[in-house]
Design a binder for this molecule. Sequence first.
Ligand code: ADP
Ligand code: MG
Ligand code: ZN
Length: 489
Amino acid sequence: MKEGWEAVIGLEVHAQLNTDSKIFCACSTQFGQEPNENTCPVCLGLPGALPVLNREAVSNAGKAALALNLHINEESIFARKNYFYPDLPKGYQISQYDKPFSEHGAVEILTSERDEGGRPTEWQLKRFRITRAHIEEDAGKSVHDLGDPSKSHVNLNRAGTPLLEIVSEPDFRTSWEAYDYVGFLRRTLQYIGVCDGNMEEGNLRCDANVSVRPAGQEKLGTRAEIKNVNSLRFLQKAIDYEIDRQISLIEAGGVIVQETRLWNEKEGKTYTMRSKEDAHDYRYFPEPDLPPLEVSSEWVETLKAELPELPEARRQRFMREYELNADEAFTLTGERALAEYFETAANAAQNHRAAANWILSELLRELKNAEIDISACKISAADLGGLIRLIDDKTISGKIAKDVFADMFATGKAPGDIVKEKGLVQITDTGAIEKIVDEVIAANPKPVENYRAGKTALMGFFVGQVLKASGGKANPAAVNEILKQKLDG
Ligand code: ADP
Ligand code: MG
Ligand code: ZN
């Protein structure tokens, strides 16, 4: 950021809640149907049709609220947000306004700036406040006809899909803090199973409010809102662009106007979309067709009991308990199934470090190559742990273990069975190793002469020869020791 300036960022995240049916009617939320197939009088907004609240949507919202440390209000009120849009046939969206479902939350997350290569520079634990999370319905979609620009179509399959809008306080100071926060939200919602969190497909959408002010000034600057950025990286770039744009404009004597802007990824710029409405423009009023939403404290307790350990808490626990660094813990907790796999493997191996190393290098690479995720992996976590124990108790060498691993990955066989079948047990018997060493020494008189004349770097060559002659099965430490004795002695 330019010297003497500070950026202020507040984020609004819309998360599509995972439910089978829509929020106020029984229509399916399934994707990819024929246009307007999933519609009925309620979500078409026909006069006289009455909404009925979907319990599942409220449970999902409740779990999300708890995961974000929000207070769930015993009573919340649905409100009509009035505006005209072709994909909103009722002329209003049912949302919540002055009495939202939940409010006063905060999260503590690890965040870091990034260097030129995009690598984290220093992870720090920071706290960001969440103003509120309220329940609302999604609108439909306008589809512009590319073949005939005079035509546009309206698809209302998405109309009435349940959303949770999560509004933050303006607590972010850099684009990377915003990036880490939205990434955190996405992982958390995926973990607890309430949202798919796919930004490209639009089931998680983020608007960034950005303003700048001279460093040290208390009063907030005028903000611009960047809408509908459909990836985390674009969000980060859009915020940085917007910060620079605002600072340059002010320094050149201009003023920032409150407006909604769009990110254009191709050009790497934000553009004015429209001047920003104020809340009073929407003429909010309580929804007369829905009673207040009431939840009991028992219900909240039940939801709490259903929540799994959350990813950020798990990440921090992994760092403490298994002595992983922040990046390792981040990767290993990225997906719930992977985190569980690691813990099972680590316990089975009784060697956390080795379990982390095998998963972070070999296993993730092979999964990526095979284009499958951990749930489809043929190696069970217990078997990976078993493989590590075979190395640790010196049954097989680390080198042989790589081959056994490849076999396990392809066939799903247990490591002990593969080792037995293929006769891969490591040779630790010193008599047998001595015999091979003698053969290697006898077969290489010239290198032996050179070694004894002072070219001790040749040790590596001898070790390699002995290991090769043993089919990779000789224990390397024993090979080293015996070679040293015979060559030096
Ligand atoms: P609206 O719904 O009209 O966008 P809200 O009051 O709900 O308005 O605020 C939206 C977001 O804008 C919140 O995340 C809030 O923290 C953020 N915000 C408000 N003022 C500023 C500002 N001056 N600079 C940056 N962000 C701001
Ligand atoms: Mg807004
Ligand atoms: Zn419907």
